[in-house]
Design a protein around this ligand. Structure first.
Ligand SMILES: [Zn+2]
Length: 357
């Protein structure tokens, strides 16, 4: 028992799930090549919205206040890729039955380890929508390489090119809701004026409207009850969204256990199970290193190289590296252990680099 002046260590009832995120910026016009600051602003929004730590929670009407959920999920950015593409509006384009933005050879960028990482593609669209995301529980789920969320650049984050009324990052909050198998509050159609459909969540009242482009005032009645229009799974303007519900939290966690169990072993560090064991087709030279190191890569392929420090922070990334000897200047790295992840098509190799000065 702690004595006077001592404090008991705080016990967390359940670990927060930290979901590692890869953002693929696939840009056609230079304004679509959004800044790192705009990406960081989106991660900040997610870390507030999924912990019920966003300012708008205070304005949730009393009758819904009991149902506000801390989703107990947080997000860490582990990598950003940037790809210039010939294709305008690539985010919604399909070619040969495939979603172009998800494939290097169709002008987009391949998903990175979609079982362990949430892949977010930020790219222009042709459908006028801010974003979309497939639900893992739908009848014919998207192939793993296309399982992520898709956001228009001007609906992403809170700074840079983010434009009102979708400039508070709520499109991505909403689409990650879909990625976690949450439906719109009104159901599966565009609207549900006859109140026939439901989102299969008990604590979100039946709702007829999608509230697109609106910021309603409470009470806004449909289907005989006040609507939870401030729920993230509506089309309400960003500024007028506030919450996920406890029922949605239960459905989202069930989806993780059912469809995305690998996330439970994910962390912001490089993912062990995704790593091929030592593979002598790739060799790390000059390790331990002080000022430089080098990778000997097979001649036949093109590689992506990312280096993470011991906390899982991305400190170096280079795409489209040809085979041969690849030098890496390590003078800016502080002493310690680093993980070099080398992506070769669908395979990820990992090398441990020790920087010693
Ligand atoms: Zn939606």
């Amino acid at each position: 028992m702690p004595g006077p002046g001592e404090t008991q260590q705080r016990v967390t009832p359940r670990d927060i799930l930290v979901i590692p995120v890869v953002v693929h910026v696939v840009w056609h016009t230079s304004s679509e090549n959004i800044s790192d600051a705009q990406i960081a602003s989106q991660i900040d929004v997610l870390n507030r919205d999924f912990r019920a730590d966003n300012a708008e929670v205070a304005g949730v009407p009393t009758i819904f206040g009991l149902f506000v959920a801390d989703m107990e999920m947080e997000f860490c950015l582990v990598a950003t890729t940037r790809t210039q593409t010939e294709a305008a509006g690539i985010g919604t384009q399909i070619m040969g039955g495939k979603r172009r933005v998800c494939y290097n050879n169709l002008g987009g960028h391949d998903a990175i380890d979609p079982a362990h990482y949430l892949n977010i593609w930020v790219a222009g669209r042709t459908d006028g929508a801010c974003g979309d995301a497939p639900l893992p529980g739908q009848a014919s789920p998207a192939p793993p390489d296309e399982a992520g969320v898709f956001i228009r650049p001007d609906c992403f984050g809170t700074t840079g090119t983010a434009a009102a009324p979708y400039n508070l990052g709520r499109t991505t909050t909403h689409e990650i809701g879909h990625w976690l198998n949450l439906k719109h509050l009104w159901g599966d159609s565009l609207e549900d004026l006859l109140c026939l459909e439901d989102d299969l969540v008990l604590d979100t009242p039946p709702q007829a409207y999608n509230y697109q482009g609106e910021c309603p005032t409470h009470p806004s009645i449909s289907c005989g009850t006040a609507d939870m229009f401030m729920n993230f799974m509506n089309y309400t303007d960003d500024a007028c969204m506030a919450m996920f519900s406890l029922g949605q939290k239960a459905r989202a966690w069930a989806a993780i256990n059912t469809f995305r169990p690998e996330l439970l072993e994910s962390s912001c560090q490089p993912v062990a199970s995704a790593e091929a064991s030592d593979d002598d087709t790739i060799r790390l030279l000059n390790n331990p290193a002080a000022h430089w190191t080098a990778l000997q890569l097979p001649e036949k392929d093109i590689f992506e190289i990312a280096i993470f420090d011991s906390t899982g922070r991305l400190v170096f990334v280079k795409n489209r590296v040809p085979g041969g000897l690849f030098y890496i200047d390590t003078q800016a790295f502080i002493s310690g252990i680093y993980h070099i992840k080398i992506r070769d098509g669908g395979k990820i190799h990992t090398k441990k680099l020790n920087i010693v000065r």
